[in-house]
Design a protein around this ligand. Structure first.
Ligand SMILES: [Zn+2]
Length: 140
């Protein structure tokens, strides 16, 4: 389910949607200097990540869906484990969890959006591996 070649592999590991080898982001989602900044190209297959101008504006739909999913999760957990707590505690719980998860959701939304449009290409992934093995063999 999470193996190479699946969209979940690319999303969870934040790898190139086409070859699943090169990094998609310039840094970790919680590193604020490069938070959510997508690289220009894949370091492995040279895929241009920004397919067209404003391509990632569509990822706002994804981050909205992730936010709603988080809201529902917090709401259910609150009523399962703290049914006596008032609406103020629910509001505080949601605000705190949104603040904690926002950088991750921002990063996830872009790679999920890119995976809608870019398909995994096994031949490119395998070709690069063969090229790397050939290069390492010629150096010896
Ligand atoms: Zn790639």
């Amino acid at each position: 389910m999470f193996g190479k070649g699946t969209k979940l592999y690319s999303i969870v590991r934040m790898k190139c949607p086409r070859c699943h080898e090169g990094d998609f982001y310039k840094g970790h989602p919680y590193r604020f200097s490069v938070m959510g900044r997508v690289k220009d190209n894949c370091s492995n297959c040279q895929l241009k990540y920004n397919i067209e101008p404003s391509f990632y504006h569509g990822s706002y739909y994804v981050v909205y869906a992730l936010g709603v999913a988080l809201f529902v999760t917090v709401w259910v957990l609150k009523y399962l484990f703290f049914p006596e707590a008032g609406p103020g505690s629910l509001l505080i719980s949601i605000v705190v969890t949104l603040a904690v998860f926002s950088p991750l959701f921002y990063a996830l939304s872009k790679i999920i959006w890119a995976n809608f449009f870019i398909k995994y290409d096994k031949s490119i992934s395998e070709k690069k591996v063969v090229d790397l093995q050939h290069d390492s063999g010629s150096k010896k």
